[in-house]
Design a protein around this ligand. Structure first.
Ligand SMILES: Cc1cc2nc3c(=O)[nH]c(=O)nc-3n(C[C@H](O)[C@H](O)[C@H](O)COP(=O)(O)OP(=O)(O)OC[C@H]3O[C@@H](n4cnc5c(N)ncnc54)[C@H](O)[C@@H]3O)c2cc1C
Length: 410
C-alpha cells in the first residue's frame, strides 16, 4: 500500500530573491541569508517579503567633484578629483643580510618603467632573505623610494649627458668590489645591456641576459625566438627583460643615500670616446606608440582637432586615438590604441573624450598613469584613471595649452 506523499510547498524563486535584497542608495544588494518572514503560514507574499527586507541606508560614498572645481582657480569650470591616498608605511631594512645592486638607465634623468621593473626584480631577490636593494644611477634617490630602493648611490649628474658606458661599467665594477653584492641587475636595454656586458667581460663572469622570471634559486629567460625557456641558478650578473616584472606599487622604502664617492668616482677620469654622441630632439609623433612614454589620446568626445594637435605639440606627447576617431580618419590607423590597434605601455596616457570600451582598455593595461577628461562621470575611462577631469574636452584643451604657454613664458 502506498503512503500519501507529504504536502510540498511551492518554491517561488523570485520571491526568495526579493527577500534577500537590500536597497543601498540606488543599487540593490543581496543579503547573505534569506530574511525569515512568517507570512500567514502557507503562501508567500512577495511584496511583504520585499518590504520587510528593504533597508534604507545612506547612499554610496562619492567624491565631491564640486569642491575641487571651486579651488581650481582659472579652470573653475573644470572639476578635478584626486582620490586621497592612505599613508604607506615606510619599510626600513636597517641591517641587510646581503645587497642586490640595481644599475639603472634613468634616461634623461627620468626613472623609466624599465628601471622600475629592474628594481621590482631586485626586490624579489632581496625580500627572499632579508636583503636590501641598492639602486645606482645619476640623480637623487627620492624618486626611487616608491619603486622599492633601500639605498641609493648617486652617480655624478654630468654622466647623464655624455654617452660614456665605460664610466658606468667602471662604477659598477668599483661597487662590486666595495659592496660585494650578491647580484647585480641591469635593464636589458641598449644602454643597460652594453654596460652589463662590459662589466661581465671585465670581471670574467657569466652574464645571464634577458631574465624573465626570477627567484633566489632560479632565473629563466626565453630562447629560440620564445619557443624555449632556459633556466639557470641566478648568476651574479643579470639583465632584466623589459615588461617581465610589474613595477611595485604601494610600497615606500628608504632610498637612503650611500656615500661611496671614492670608488664610484673612479670612472670619472675616463674621457668620452665617441666625440659626436648626443641626444637628438625627436618629433613625438614620429615615435611608435609602443616606444613613447607620453600619449595624448582622443576619442569620439573630441571635436576641436586643431586644439588637440596644438596640445600634443605643447606637451611633447605622441598623439593617438580610439578606433572611432581612426575610423573617421582624424588619425592614421597606426595611431589606434586598443585590442585591434596598438598595446601601449607609456608612463602617462592622457585621454580626451574616450569612453573606455573594453577593447580600448585592453590597449592600456600596461600604462602607469592614466588621466581622463570626459563629460560623463561614470565613464569606464574615468574609473580606470588615476586623475579625472569631468568637463568638456573642447574647454580643457585650450585651457591646458594656455597654462603650458604661461608656465613656459614665466
Ligand atoms: C572586435 C572589436 C575590436 C575593437 N577594437 C578597438 C580598439 O582597438 N580600440 C578602440 O578604441 N576601440 C575598439 N573597438 C571599439 C570599441 O568597442 C568602442 O566602440 C570605441 O573604443 C569607442 O570609442 P570612443 O570611446 O572614442 O567613443 P564613444 O564610445 O562614442 O565615447 C565617447 C566618450 O566621449 C565622452 N564625451 C562626449 N562628448 C564629450 C566632450 N565634449 N568632452 C569630453 N568627453 C566627451 C562621452 O561621455 C563618451 O564617454 C573595437 C570593437 C570591436 C567590436
Amino acid at each position: 500500500m502506498t503512503q500519501p506523499s507529504p504536502v510540498r510547498r511551492r518554491v517561488d524563486p523570485r520571491a526568495e530573491r526579493a527577500a534577500r535584497t537590500i536597497l543601498t542608495g540606488q543599487r540593490p544588494r543581496l543579503l547573505p541569508q534569506p530574511v525569515a518572514v512568517a507570512v500567514n503560514g502557507r503562501r508567500r507574499d512577495p511584496r511583504a517579503l520585499r518590504a520587510a527586507a528593504l533597508v534604507q541606508i545612506q547612499p554610496r560614498p562619492r567624491y565631491d567633484w564640486a569642491r575641487d572645481a571651486a579651488s581650481a582657480g582659472a579652470t573653475a569650470a573644470v572639476g578635478i578629483g584626486v582620490a586621497a591616498t592612505p599613508a604607506i608605511p615606510l619599510q626600513v631594512i636597517a641591517e641587510p643580510a646581503y645587497l642586490i645592486l640595481a644599475m639603472l638607465d634613468r634616461p634623461g634623468g627620468e626613472v623609466s618603467e624599465h628601471d622600475r621593473q629592474v628594481i621590482a626584480a631586485a626586490r624579489l631577490l632581496a625580500d627572499a632573505g632579508g636583503g636590501a636593494v641598492v639602486t645606482v644611477s645619476t640623480g637623487s634617490g627620492d624618486a626611487l623610494a616608491e619603486a622599492g630602493s633601500d639605498r641609493h648611490v648617486a652617480l655624478p649628474d654630468g654622466w647623464a649627458d655624455d654617452y660614456v658606458p665605460e664610466r658606468r661599467a667602471a662604477a659598477a665594477s668599483a661597487l662590486m668590489a666595495a659592496l660585494s653584492p650578491r647580484h647585480i641587475l641591469f635593464p636589458d636595454s641598449p644602454d643597460g645591456g652594453d654596460v652589463a656586458r662590459r662589466v661581465a667581460a671585465a670581471a670574467g663572469e657569466r652574464l645571464f641576459a634577458g631574465v624573465q622570471s626570477l627567484g633566489p634559486d632560479r632565473a629563466t629567460r626565453q630562447s629560440a625566438g620564445g619557443s624555449l625557456e632556459a633556466g639557470h641558478r641566478p648568476t651574479r650578473l643579470m639583465t632584466v627583460a623589459v615588461d617581465a616584472f610589474p613595477p611595485l606599487d604601494g610600497v615606500r622604502h628608504e632610498a637612503r643615500p650611500l656615500d661611496l664617492a671614492a670608488p664610484v668616482m673612479a670612472g670619472e677620469e675616463l674621457p668620452p670616446r665617441l666625440g659626436g654622441a648626443r641626444r637628438l630632439a625627436v618629433d613625438p609623433d614620429a615615435l611608435s606608440l609602443s616606444e613613447t612614454d607620453f600619449i595624448l589620446s582622443a576619442g569620439n568626445g573630441v571635436t576641436d582637432w586643431q586644439s588637440f594637435a596644438e596640445l600634443g605639440e605643447a606637451l611633447g606627447a605622441t598623439r593617438a586615438g580610439s578606433r572611432v576617431v581612426c575610423d573617421a580618419g582624424h588619425l592614421p590607423r597606426e595611431r589606434q590604441v586598443g585590442a585591434s590597434g596598438m598595446v601601449v605601455s607609456a608612463r602617462c596616457y592622457l585621454a580626451f573624450g574616450i569612453a573606455g570600451a573594453p577593447q580600448h582598455l585592453q590597449g592600456i593595461t600596461g600604462v602607469r598613469h592614466v588621466i581622463a577628461v570626459n563629460t560623463d562621470l561614470h565613464a569606464e575611462m574615468i574609473k580606470r584613471a588615476d586623475l579625472s577631469i569631468v568637463a568638456d574636452a573642447q574647454a580643457v584643451m585650450p585651457a591646458l595649452i594656455r597654462l603650458i604657454r604661461e608656465r613656459r613664458h614665466a
